[in-house]
Design a protein around this ligand. Structure first.
Ligand code: NOJ
Length: 528
């Protein structure tokens, strides 16, 4: 059965934040030759695709999410030919390569924006969102920028405001302009022609804004002290119905190649999320499902969401799950080290493509960044940053964890790196890394886990339990989300042997009618 599925349906995506993965040039920042040198590790781990966060030319105001040339690699990361090498070497190892497309905004140093801001009648003026001030000199509407302050920047030279959903150095493109669409689709073709297997599309839901630029309404749930961006509901500045036309057009570009994937970054509520699949599965192949990042860590909540998600998926749409990324505190920090093992078992046994964030396979947790080392823009403006989840990958116990030969990496290393790193954990049969590798290998060798059906068994108290079945065979997954021992009664059909426990023991133990779980333990039972 799994053979009938496409690579991105049966695969496991591993997100690489390139600045933090492996430095080879000695400047303290990771690079493409670094990724190349670590492909053997990723192959050993068993992941089948890598998504590399942006590595294009950029002034790095938002560490690469501010692109000044979409068709070139930033010298900090290497060259185009280094990227060709990564693609070729990954493919040789059966690993697909997904790049990060940042279509909502460019850098203010992109030649398009430099032209656009040069005069009101420049042919590229309309490529961005320029508006006059109101009569009293205030911005055209009340929209806020995600990273703090208002979303409009006054331009002295041409006496108009331009809109930016993020930093003022990240002006939003005007996707209502057909020339912008063509130029950006040209960028996609450039990379797809080079052999890239797909794109993760940054803030896909932001591309189209309300045509009349109406004011966003107040958010009644917002409280003083919370992220000021949430003071307004982004009803008119994002997730507009017309965005789906753009997504459909973008999909057509991908469909003119074989077997490529669009993964959308879509932080929207479930009923709106599923629309990004397109009315006839002609939208994004996988709009990212971020609920495991956002939900309260309770069996009932998670079980209920899985059911709602499964129920909301359009016919033929493929599910996906994300446990960590470069914008959210790491899972081990959110739920603690013991529950992070449960989270790994959950991610890697649910129905749908899992995305794993680099370092989570070691149980890396966020660290407190000393004030003089903070670099993330929202940390500097809003006091809440993402540096803590972007610390360098921990390879071994050598200075700077084998990440860089520089005296100091761009972000500090987690202090536990000498004990928690790939070299140590590879040798430890009970480690988080061993658990990940075992889970990955089990998933990839079993159709029922890779592509079988999902049925909820329990979602109560601390227990979340479900089965995954295919062709009469299958697995029951029983997770203890709490710190006390639990006994779970099973149905007569749910007996079998333990295939894997988060504690990496009990393998092969027989289970019938009931299973006892230790605190923070999860088990996968091979049924039958
Ligand atoms: C979402 C990305 O994941 C985040 O890291 C970035 O800062 C914003 N989009 C702006 O591109």
């Amino acid at each position: 059965m799994a053979k009938e599925h496409l690579w991105w349906q049966t695969g496991i995506v591993y997100q690489i934040y390139p600045r933090s993965f492996q430095d080879t040039s000695g400047n303290g920042v990771g690079d493409l030759p670094g990724i190349l040198s670590r492909l053997d590790y990723l192959q050993w781990l068993g992941v089948t695709a890598i998504w590399i966060s942006p590595c294009f030319r950029s002034p790095m105001k938002d560490f690469g999410y501010d692109v000044s040339d979409y068709r070139d690699i930033d010298p900090l990361f290497g060259t185009l030919s280094d990227m060709d090498d990564v693609i070729a070497a990954a493919h040789e190892r059966g690993i697909r390569v997904i790049l990060d497309f940042v279509p909502n905004h460019t850098s203010d140093q992109h030649p398009w924006f430099i032209e656009s801001r040069s005069s009101r009648d420049n042919p590229k003026r309309d490529w961005y969102i320029w508006r006059d001030a109101k009569a009293d000199g205030s911005p055209p509407n009340n929209w806020l920028a995600n990273f703090g302050g208002i979303g409009w920047q006054w331009d002295e030279h041409t006496n108009q405001f331009y809109y930016h959903a993020f930093l003022r150095e990240q002006p939003d493109l005007n996707w209502r302009n057909p020339e912008v669409r063509e130029a950006m689709f040209g960028v996609l073709r450039f990379w797809l022609d080079r052999g890239v297997d797909g794109f993760r599309v940054d803030v896909l839901y932001h591309l189209i804004k309300d045509e009349q630029l109406r004011d966003n309404p107040e958010n009644p749930k917002w409280e003083e002290g919370e992220n000021p961006y949430r003071r307004l509901k982004a009803v008119y500045s994002s997730d507009q119905d017309e965005v789906h036309d753009v997504v459909r057009e973008m999909r057509r570009v991908f469909d003119s190649y074989d077997d490529r994937v669009i993964i959308g970054e879509t932080y929207v509520p479930l009923r709106r999320l599923v629309k990004y699949y397109g009315e006839n599965n002609d939208g994004a192949h996988m709009p990212f499902n971020f609920q495991l990042l956002l939900l309260e860590w309770r069996a009932e909540r998670i079980g209920e969401f899985i059911d709602r998600y499964e129920g909301a998926l359009p016919e033929g749409a493929w599910p996906n799950w994300v446990l960590g990324n470069h914008d959210y505190p790491r899972v081990a920090w959110r739920v603690g080290a013991a529950q992070a093992r449960i989270a790994a078992m959950l991610l890697l046994t649910l129905r749908g493509t899992p995305t794993l964030y680099y370092g989570d396979e070691l149980g890396m947790a966020d660290i407190e960044i000393p004030p003089d080392r903070v670099v993330d823009p929202p940390a500097l403006t809003l006091g809440v940053g993402r540096d803590g989840e972007r610390t360098p990958m921990q390879w071994d116990a050598s200075p700077n964890a084998g990440f860089t030969s520089a005296e100091e990496p761009w972000l500090p290393l987690a202090p536990d790196y000498a004990a928690q790193n790939t070299a140590v954990q590879r040798e430890d049969t009970l480690s988080m890394l061993t658990l990940h590798r075992r889970l990955i290998h089990l998933r990839q060798s079993e159709d029922a886990l890779m592509a079988g059906t999902y049925h909820r068994m329990y979602a109560e108290g601390d227990i979340l339990a479900y089965s995954r079945r295919h062709n009469g065979g299958g697995f029951a997954v029983i997770l203890n989300l709490g710190g006390s021992e639990q006994v779970v009664e099973l149905g007569p059909a749910d007996s079998g042997r333990i295939a894997l426990s988060t504690h990496l023991d009990r393998e092969g133990d027989e289970v019938s009618s009931r299973v006892k779980l230790r605190p923070d333990e999860g088990v996968i039972i091979r049924l039958g």
